[in-house]
Design a protein around this ligand. Structure first.
Ligand code: PLP
Length: 436
């Protein structure tokens, strides 16, 4: 199958040659953001990504086609974003209708779509109120401001800290980068925003140690920002016992517990919200990625205790505009109407079973598998090869994958992926390991 290749719009896209070539980019060991490809960015674009030398011309469901008509099974979905896959018929229809109605009007006025979406989200979660923005980093930035406001009121006069986990990822703005427990991302942008301290993920002793130190110094913890499953850090699921103790410590110390559900939220783990796997309720949580099904929207959702912003405290020009809210509403309606959570659960199990078989067949290459629902990781033995090499080989075989930290190959396909498509994915994967 061949699709029209528009010379003008593709001015900087080099012809598709071999992309299987590793570049030694300065961030090449940084999970997703090592950006695996070898293509130099067009000179009119800032040099922030090393991309695959390819542009996709068409998408449908879990499949993408390049300009030569080569077909790829997409287990990246725009980095855990296109929940309903590509070019979903209902999403197209609803968004076209919304564009004919009204697109953007600003938060100077009431936005009906935003109100309906906030009702939908609060009805389905532990939250009572929502602030809308445009991305994961912006949602977490809002959460950090909220935690700071809580600390400055609840612990007025005391020096306050925000705690976050090592190997976490919370975004690229200065505050979210400061909350990210991976120094490699911070390098070159020092000094970081002050007031963040780090503990070991799933290690309650390291949290308790920090609280003890703060107590001895008459300092306070205004809140904790943490992912229910670390994505970028290497697909590491949170442990129930750890999160239960975290919840308790936050209650005892009047500290907010805010979960970063930017990657885990909206069905990715097989539950609507990642925190449901942990049997706790956070004081608030952030969303982005999967919420808009490929359209830019972020959100901070809070319970009563954390519903503390007043007019003027925070704002976002584009935040929650009618178009973005229509996208999110459609995603949520379709998840419910098509019973997509069941699919995530079943396809997640199918993927896991397949991984177990492949791991048993290639024990020298694969060190383990982990994940929940449709966020799964294969841990690659780094004395044998690395996640980037696997990703590049998969690309050649028409399978899109994305690495995560800790030498993990990450699988985050659209939530609508079918049984047959998982089988195709596993077959391709098997072939890649056989040829290594
Ligand atoms: C858990 C988590 N938080 C925040 C972000 C940042 O989101 P965005 O790139 O939309 O700013 C990401 C992105 O990968 C993420 O995985």
């Amino acid at each position: 199958m061949n699709y029209d290749y528009n010379e003008k719009s593709s001015l900087f896209v080099k012809s598709l040659g071999s992309v299987v070539e590793l570049v030694d980019a300065p961030h090449s060991k940084c999970g997703t953001f090592g950006y695996v490809g070898s293509s130099p960015t067009a000179p009119t674009l800032m040099n922030t990504y090393t991309r695959f030398d390819i542009s996709f011309k068409k998408g449908k469901g879990c499949w993408l086609w390049d300009q030569k008509g080569k077909k790829y099974l997409d287990a990246v979905s725009g980095i855990a974003t296109c929940s309903l896959g590509h070019s979903d018929r209902i999403l197209r229809k609803k968004l076209s209708a919304q564009l004919k109605k009204v697109q953007h009007i600003s938060n100077l006025y009431k936005i009906e779509e935003q109100e309906i979406l906030s009702k939908y989200l609060t009805k389905q979660s532990c939250a009572e109120s929502v602030f809308f923005c445009n991305s994961g980093a912006e949602a977490n930035e809002s959460a950090i401001k909220l935690i700071k406001k809580h600390g400055n009121t609840a612990h007025a006069g005391k020096e306050c800290f925000i705690l976050a986990a090592e190997s976490s990822f919370h975004g690229r703005t200065l505050a979210t980068l400061s909350a990210t427990g991976q120094p490699k991302y911070q390098k070159g942008f020092e000094p970081m925003v002050k007031g963040f301290k780090f503990f070991k993920y799933n290690d309650i002793a390291s949290v308790k140690k920090l609280f003890k130190e703060f107590k001895n110094n008459d300092q306070k913890v205004s809140g904790i920002l943490i992912e229910p499953i670390q994505g970028e850090g290497g697909v590491i699921p949170g442990e129930k016992i750890f999160f239960k103790e975290l919840r308790e410590i936050c209650n005892q110390n009047n500290s907010l517990l805010i979960l970063d559900e930017v990657q885990s939220g909206v069905g990715r783990t097989g539950k609507m919200w990642g925190y449901e796997n942990l049997e706790i309720e956070p004081d608030g949580f952030t969303l982005a990625k999967g919420l808009g099904g490929g359209h830019a929207i972020g959100a901070l959702l809070v319970q009563k205790k954390a519903n503390i912003f007043s007019p003027g405290d925070h704002a976002s020009t584009f935040g929650g505009n009618p178009f973005a809210c229509r996208a999110a509403l459609t995603v949520l309606e379709e998840i419910s109407r098509r019973k997509i959570l069941n699919n995530v659960f079943e396809r997640g199990n199918q993927l896991k079973c397949g991984f177990t078989k492949i791991s048993a067949k290639f024990p020298n290459i694969i060190n383990g598998t982990r994940g929940l629902g449709l966020i799964q990781g294969l841990v690659i033995n780094d004395t044998y090869t690395d996640a980037k090499t696997i990703t590049l080989k998969a690309f050649d075989k028409g399978l899109l994958l994305v690495p995560a930290g800790g030498n993990v190959v990450r699988f985050v396909p659209p939530l609508i992926i079918s049984r047959n498509e998982i089988n195709i994915l596993l077959k391709k994967l098997n072939l890649i390991f056989e040829e290594l």
